[in-house]
Structures are given as C-alpha cells and as structure tokens.
Unconditional design. Structure first.
Length: 285
C-alpha cells in the first residue's frame, strides 16, 4: 500500500498527524564509544528471499546505530556478507528458519538493544512455528514485520512494534480473535504501525496518523526499509511509540525526496541514502 497523502480533506482535520516535532531524536554524545549508540539484531531471510533482510539491515545502519548483526539461514548470510562488509552475520543451518533455532537466537538477542524479526522469512509451516516461538522468547524491545506478523497472536508479543500492511493486519486480528474496535484493549502494551494511504500508529493510549510519502512507495522493499528504520530508532531511543512514528515519517520523507527527483521509478534501495540526510535535517531542527 502507498504511504502518505498530501491532500487535506475534512476527515484530515479530525486527525492528529505526525510532524517533525514528534521525531525529536537524541543527539550523539561526542565522547561515546562503539556500541553506545545502539546495537541491532535482525532475524530474517530464507532461500526464497534474500533482499528483504539486507534492505532492513542497511536501513537500520543508516539511522546511526553502531552495530547491525543479521541472524539468517546460512546461504542468505553468505549473500549478505558478499554484498556488505559492514554487516556481521550469524549463520543458521538450513534454508529456512525452524523452531529448533529459536533458543539459540533468543540467547543471542540478549546482547542487543533492539531486535527486528520477520523480513523475508517466508510462510512455511515450520517457519511460522519459529516466528511464534522467537517472538515470545525475545524479551528485548523488538520490531515485528512481514511474514512473522501473520504467524503470531497479539498475546504472543510484548515490548514490540508491529508493522503490518492491511492484509497482514487482517491475519493478525484473525489469529488474535480481536476486531479493530477492541484492538486497543488487547494490544498488550505494544504499538502497531498500520501501513497504508495514511499510516496509522496505534497504542493503548492514542492513535496518530502519518501522511508523508507517495504512491511510488508501493514498490517492493519499502516496508523492509521502514522496519529497519524503526528498529534503528528503537535501539537508540528506547521508546516504542516514538520509534513507530519516526519510522513512518522518515521513510515517507525519503520516498518524497526520491519522487521529486525521479517520479515513480525509484527503488527501495535508493531510500537508504536518503535516511541519514533526513535525520541530519531533523536533528538540526
């Protein structure tokens, strides 16, 4: 689904929209050391999908974190190593994640500030079992995206940002036996970033909307970039709601900048270079 909408309607006037004042990010200490500005673990990939986890990992790096590590099936991990010397990989045996690897990855996650789960993992039955297990076992702040969302219930998750598009949201609600009206009562302390024409950020206390972006963001991979931004911000800010708002807003601005230059022909990978430029502008006010 496309992000954002630049036309104001009567309905818009009733909504609370995310603005740059909602994306105030901490300034980096001049005397900080490696690891003090955020460490991210990305759990994703399968033999069918290698690009999603790579886009998400590079997007996390572009937010300014110090360290991004990927846990992925071994062939995917080798592809990532070949493409980027910046990303450390933990290689999981097999072509897909299975439930047997959940304990090892959960233990690995303890050394990170935030964890992203789901990009490119696929929808095989054994992978769905892995997703449900790892989401329950990882206690660190987390972002849950893509195929992992369709494999879990809201009650499986704590301390998380979930980033579904409408179809994934429908599956999440069905799995959780929850309808949209009762969602806030069942959200279990998590935050949902529902991607769409207007992104919707939902917590138990409030709902806000985002309208940055354009219809060019229907291109494959933009959701992976958004998830990477979200986990990168989460690793630095330690705030679920702010991270969700910032990722929607920043990814939309990246898409807007590319549309201005290229029209609708841009690719998700081109958003990566826009992220630090936008963050610098936001931090400088």
């Amino acid at each position: 689904m496309p992000h954002g909408c630049n036309e104001e309607t009567a309905e818009d006037k009733k909504m609370r929209f995310i603005g740059k004042e909602d994306v105030k990010l901490k300034k980096r200490r001049a005397d900080s050391h490696k690891g003090e500005n955020g460490k991210v673990l990305v759990v994703g990939g399968s033999i069918d999908y290698t690009g999603a986890v790579l886009l998400a990992s590079l997007a996390a790096y572009r937010t300014g974190v110090d360290w991004v590590q990927v846990a992925a099936p071994e062939k995917v991990a080798w592809v990532i190593n070949t493409f980027s010397p910046d990303i450390v990989t933990t290689k999981v045996k097999g072509e897909y994640f299975t439930k047997e690897s959940a304990d090892k990855i959960a233990k690995l996650s303890e050394g990170f500030d935030a964890v992203l789960i789901g990009n490119g993992i696929g929808i095989r039955d054994e992978t769905k079992k892995f997703a449900a297990e790892i989401v329950r076992k990882v206690k660190k702040p987390k972002v849950i995206d893509a195929d992992a969302i369709t494999a879990i219930k809201l009650s499986d998750v704590s301390n998380g940002v979930l980033t579904p598009h409408p179809k994934e949201m429908g599956k999440l609600l069905a799995n959780s036996k929850v309808d949209k009206k009762s969602l806030k009562q069942k959200i279990n302390g998590n935050v949902i970033l529902l991607k769409g024409k207007r992104d919707e950020v939902i917590s138990k206390q409030k709902t806000v909307f985002n309208r940055t972006g354009n219809a060019g963001m229907t291109v494959a991979g933009t959701g992976d970039v958004l998830a990477g931004i979200a986990v990168g911000i989460l690793a630095q800010e330690h705030d679920l709601f702010r991270s969700a708002c910032a990722s929607a807003y920043i990814s939309g601005l990246a898409g807007a900048a590319l549309y201005k230059k290229k029209g609708y022909g841009f690719m998700a990978s081109e958003m990566l270079d826009q992220i630090p430029i936008i963050l610098k502008r936001l931090r400088n006010g």
